[in-house]
Design a protein around this ligand. Structure first.
Ligand code: F6P
Length: 357
């Protein structure tokens, strides 16, 4: 058992639907043990900046309010790296934790946050439990991260909407979705939205392959098509379509939809193409039932682990069961891309979707 009395909770990385349900779950479960919960503002910034930025959370923050049903993070999040060294930030993070008297910190984040924040915690001697969230679904060792299912639904809805106008105008419509360097979101949305072509970063593609598929559709008498492209897809030659970076030099994805559209138009006259880049709406929307229950289950398990005296672990869902892995294992596993041999990819090929060679 444990002598925990006070914990912190923070959300880190790109936001997504379901974060507020996770925070609510952590607060409610912790309150069952009589613990105090400090909500840290804006990811690790709330602990590394001065003055510290936080608020005390109780179940009343979330009961009888719409918060757990809304996307975004009640606490704010941080999705850009920072210029200071890890050592400097870890020291400030640890000092912040000690100033607030926190016995442990629950970090809701993706693979990047598990890596960075667990490093701070390790260097500063802070106990941590991680909860996976990301629309990219690329956090390793968990089958699903909070927010992924809702993003899949948003992309699927977009494909449903695009299909009607594609049909009216006899076009091949391209949907560019997020996912960073992982194709999970594109693949799941393409299957659910009955797309004809799906390009993901993990599988090389060819223009001829796309054209063959479009021509096959045309020959069958159908006059419209749907193409899903993941933002991290590279050109046929394996080059990035953009060198864009954010203000601290990190790569920004996007633009592959337009690139492929131009390429098709220049080489094939069977369909006109248009591009929809879905953008940050993929991180919004009310969380689906799946994401809400995942959020509650993982939040409660994170608190349970702390109550049982386990720390430096990330909760996960494997084969439908809640489990946990050491943060060292999670960090060592890196980023979980789409497995080109997965059942999803196999099914896509089996139904005739073009997904590359
Ligand atoms: O990791 C989540 C994610 O939404 C990615 O899919 C996307 O590439 C990135 O974040 C966008 O980040 P930003 O909010 O900095 O534009």
């Amino acid at each position: 058992m444990t002598n925990i009395k006070k914990i912190g909770v923070l959300t880190s990385g790109g936001d997504c639907a379901g974060l507020n349900a996770v925070i609510m779950s952590v607060v409610n479960a912790a309150s069952q043990f009589g613990w105090q919960v400090y909500g840290i503002h804006d990811g690790t910034d709330g602990l590394t900046n001065r003055p510290l930025s936080y608020e005390i959370l109780t179940p009343s923050n979330f009961s009888d309010t719409p918060w757990p049903r809304l996307a975004g993070s009640y606490l704010g999040s941080l999705n850009t790296g920072v210029k200071e060294s890890q050592e400097v930030l870890a020291k400030r993070f640890g000092d912040g934790v000690r100033e607030l008297g926190l016995d442990a910190v629950v970090v809701v984040g993706g693979d990047g946050s598990m890596n960075i924040v667990s490093n701070y915690c390790h260097m500063a001697g802070v106990k941590m439990v991680g909860i996976p969230k990301t629309i990219d679904n690329d956090t390793p060792l968990t089958e699903f991260s909070v927010g992924f299912n809702t993003a899949c639904q948003i992309c699927t809805n977009a494909l449903d909407d695009l299909m009607t106008t594609a049909r009216s105008h006899h076009r091949a419509l391209i949907l560019e979705v997020m996912g960073r360097d992982a194709g999970h979101l594109a693949m799941h949305a393409a299957l659910a939205g009955f797309a004809d072509v799906c390009l993901v970063p993990e599988i090389r593609w060819s223009l001829q392959g796309i054209i063959n598929k479009l021509e096959q559709i045309k020959q069958s008498g159908r006059t419209s098509a749907l193409i899903v492209v993941s933002e991290g897809v590279k050109t046929e030659n394996g080059e990035a379509v953009t060198n864009a970076v954010n203000m601290i030099g990190e790569k920004i994805n996007g633009g592959i939809g337009d690139y492929i559209s131009n390429l098709i138009n220049a080489n094939y006259k069977g369909f006109q193409t248009r591009v929809t880049k879905l953008g940050h709406v993929q991180r919004s929307g009310n969380p689906t039932a799946f994401d809400r229950s995942l959020a509650i289950v993982l939040g409660a398990e994170a608190v349970n682990l702390l109550a049982e005296g386990h720390t430096d672990r990330m909760v996960a869902i494997t084969r439908g069961k809640v489990t946990s892995f050491s943060l060292d294992e999670v960090v060592a596993a890196g980023t979980a891309g789409l497995d080109a041999a997965s059942s999803y990819v196999k099914a896509a090929r089996a139904i005739g979707m073009y997904i590359g060679e």
